[in-house]
Design a binder for this molecule. Structure first.
Ligand code: NDP
Ligand code: HSE
Length: 439
């Protein structure tokens, strides 16, 4: 039998502690599957005294992951610290610099400097695996990188943040407040260390940027993504969407257009009878649309210790099974130096349906004025309704909801601006894009 694969785990939080526990509990089965043992030789976290529910006796302790990357007697450095800069970045670079394979779940790091890290790994013939970085336990990286080679992708989209989907689901189904749902997601270990990354959409953008590179062969361009989080979604929007036959999900979408690749993250209305509308709680879903395969929809747990550790474990076992020194699959689907520059499609040119919620003063002629502004911008309306769960009270502001047929983003923005100038709006208009899944 080959020598044991020696790993060092940096970060013993939600994911790291789950990983060490599973490696200990499943060691016999893993040895059989890989033809060699996998041994945790070293671990690193900030607080050595913290009870993590795992036995770390016999493992070398490092309070600095960089020190571990530079000095531990290991073959693989597993980075589960998090953060796009600082310790995570320095330790991964140190590990690659020293000739260690790297496994990471850190999408923020990859979104910022994944191409550079991929080049470093490829120059040295090392593996840099990151299955857990996108959609938790769903094996979407392996699918794109290995199983669907040769496909031309037209659109990839999905629910890629468990925390946001958990919040939207709980708000709708249990009537809980946004703040309470977020607190619960944090307690369950789904949220990022700074949950603003979840609810403001950055985490989805990080993941989308990685998928875009794998699907379209262009350099990672997380900073070019149109971004809206879920903090402005009210229970009123959720109910209005349901009344119209839609559900609101935070989607990441990357789509090939004539003018480039459109990348966007925003709350999205999807038809209630679509599969993705049924994806609830921490579950994620990623749809891949391509010319040879057609549509593939992958659904599974998107966050949490065990689900994420499962993906990290898959990456480690891939290394355990690989030939020594072999780097068989390019980190980002093609050699990093051959990735194309990202050609950005402008958001203004986005074409799709829109839900628009306006709160207006109760005045004669408002309905007609709104319809006129839409028509002046060549926007065709699927519906325009006065919407209220409460009895109408004369003189009190009223809610008007419009749903458009497919139109250009620029036209909708111009129409809404024109409506704003009419002086009857109360507060800011709400605008939510509609996406039509294939299934
Ligand atoms: P946690 O916050 O639960 O754990 C982070 C760990 O890193 C802790 O053990 C902490 O030590 C350690 N750490 C943080 N900073 C330092 C430092 N400067 N030096 C040494 N150790 C440090 O994070 P998660 O386990 O949730 O996430 C880890 C990574 O996995 C992140 O990149 C995250 O985005 C990613 N991820 C997380 C998922 C999830 O569901 N949680 C899902 C998919 C990916 P200590 O415990 O002593 O404080
Ligand atoms: N905070 C992330 C989420 C963790 O909620 O999806 C998984 O990447």
């Amino acid at each position: 039998m080959a020598d044991a694969l020696k790993i060092g785990v940096a970060g013993l939080g939600t994911v790291g502690a789950a990983l060490v526990r599973i490696l200990q509990q499943r060691s016999n089965a893993l040895t059989l599957a890989c033809g060699r043992a996998i041994v945790v030789k070293a671990v690193s976290a900030r607080d050595k005294a913290k009870d993590r529910g795992i036995d770390i006796s016999g493992m070398q302790w490092f309070s600095d992951p960089v020190d571990m990357a530079e000095n531990a007697d290991i073959d693989v450095f597993v980075e589960l610290v998090g953060g796009s800069e600082g310790t995570a970045d320095l330790s991964v670079r140190a590990a690659l610099g020293r000739g260690l394979h790297v496994v990471t779940a850190n999408k923020a790091l990859l979104a910022r400097c994944g191409v550079e890290l991929a080049k470093l790994a490829e120059e040295k013939g090392l593996l840099l695996n990151y299955e857990a970085a996108v959609a938790g336990g769903i094996p979407v990286i392996k699918t794109l990188r290995e199983s669907l080679t040769g496909n031309n992708f037209s659109r990839i989209y999905g629910i890629m943040n468990g925390t946001c989907n958990y919040i939207l689901t709980k708000m709708e189904k249990e009537g809980l407040s946004f703040a309470d749902c977020l607190k619960e997601a944090q307690r369950l270990g789904y949220a990022e260390a700074d949950p603003a990354f979840d609810i403001e959409g950055n985490d989805t953008a990080h993941k989308l940027s990685i998928l875009t590179t794998l699907a379209f062969g262009s350099e990672i361009a997380a900073d070019k993504i149109y971004l809206e989080g879920i903090t402005n979604i009210s229970i009123e929007d959720i109910h209005a969407a349901a009344d119209l036959g839609y559900r609101i999900k935070l989607l990441g979408v990357a789509q090939k257009t004539d003018s480039g690749i459109e990348q966007r993250v925003h709350p999205t209305m999807v038809p209630l009878d679509s599969v993705i509308a049924q994806v609830d709680g921490v579950t994620n879903a990623v749809a891949l649309e391509s010319d040879i395969l057609g549509e593939l929809l992958m659904v599974g747990p998107g966050a949490g210790g065990n689900a994420t550790a499962s993906a990290v474990l898959g990456d480690i076992t891939d290394i355990a099974k690989s030939r020594p020194g072999a780097q068989d699959v390019p980190v980002l689907g093609r050699p990093a130096h051959l990735l194309e520059p990202y050609r950005q499609a402008e958001m203004q040119s986005h074409e799709g349906g829109y839900f628009i919620r306006l709160t207006v003063q109760d005045r004669t002629g408002v309905f007609a004025s709104i319809a006129t502004k839409m028509a002046e911008n060549n926007i065709s309306l699927e519906s325009i309704v006065q919407h209220s769960k409460q009895p109408m009270v004369a003189g009190k502001p009223q809610t008007i909801i419009l749903v458009t047929h497919a139109t250009m983003e620029i036209a909708v923005r111009k129409a809404v601006d024109a409506i704003k100038h009419e002086g009857y709006l109360v507060g800011e208009p709400q605008m939510i894009r509609i996406e039509r899944p294939k299934s």
